[in-house]
Design a protein around this ligand. Structure first.
Ligand code: ADP
Ligand code: MG
Length: 255
């Protein structure tokens, strides 16, 4: 699988001051697969997603997406840091959906979706608009194109955020607790969108506490604790027959 991994994380270390938050993380996600990352608060899940996106500079280790190193390039066996511009270019191919939607409040839903394709990918306005309308239909919000984010429910805003990430045609979509900020009755509509993306073969890494969703949608479940991957495997293995005491202890609290 490593040869064809869409996302390949190797030996990643990251400290904040004296706190080592990632202590040698390896993670491979095959093209078209869904990886669900579980773990207690503070275990380094968000830092890992941010490291994959190179929003955090790595202390050690590498991340590549579709064979291209993010943050580094290799030359003669050595690693050199990419220039900020190059990191930004690479990052446009990685979609990121946060807990808190982060839509541009002063732009309409449609403008939220067209802004980056025009400015970062150089798409024409007409092309970006056509793609945006298709994506809004895909997340069930075709009728909201002209609305401002504040007029939408949290679930609708998160679906717009997912459509906005897709507008950049990412190679992989990263989700950091996409339903944690939602009222319980709105969680389902967002998970349904992610489920549809999985069925369409979108490569995704999803940090979530929704165990039922993990069981149903994940190809691989990764359990992190203390900045390392403690255990990973198919959902039936990790969720129903965890090998490590730390995994068992965590699952007994969230299930
Ligand atoms: P999780 O998402 O699993 O809850 P995080 O990756 O957010 O965990 O955080 C892991 C640890 O790193 C926590 O102890 C957190 O306080 C710390 N941390 C995260 N980001 C920073 C930062 N920018 N500066 C200092 N400490 C941070
Ligand atoms: Mg987090």
């Amino acid at each position: 699988m490593t040869a064809t991994a869409m996302v390949d994380v190797r030996g990643v270390h990251k400290s904040f001051g004296r706190l080592e938050v990632l202590r040698g993380v390896d993670l491979q996600a095959a093209a078209g697969s869904v990886t669900v990352v579980l773990g207690p608060s503070g275990s380094g899940k968000s830092t890992l997603l941010r490291a994959i996106n190179h929003l955090e500079k790595l202390d050690r280790g590498t991340v590549s997406v579709d064979g291209e190193l993010i943050g580094y390039r290799r030359s003669g066996g050595r690693l050199y840091e990419l220039k900020e511009r190059e990191v930004l270019r690479q990052r446009t191919r990685i979609g990121f959906v946060f807990q808190g939607f982060n839509l541009f409040p002063h732009l309409t839903v449609l403008e939220n979706l067209t802004e980056a394709p025009v400015s970062a990918l150089g798409r024409s306005r007409a092309e970006a608009r056509a793609t945006a309308l298709d994506l809004l239909a895909r997340v069930g919000l075709a009728d909201k194109a002209g609305e401002y984010p504040r007029r939408l429910s949290g679930g609708q805003q998160q679906r717009v955020a997912i459509a906005r990430a897709l507008a950049l045609e990412p190679k992989v979509l990263l989700f950091d607790e996409p339903t944690s900020a939602l009222d319980p009755e709105l969680v389902g509509e967002v998970l349904d969108v992610i489920r549809d993306l999985a069925a369409a073969g979108t490569t995704m890494i999803v940090v979530t506490h929704e165990i039922g969703f993990a069981r149903e949608v994940a190809d691989t479940v990764v359990f992190m604790d203390g900045g390392v991957v403690v255990e990973q495997g198919p959902p039936e293995a990790v969720l129903d027959h965890p090998q490590h005491e730390r995994t068992r202890a965590f699952l007994s609290k969230v299930l």
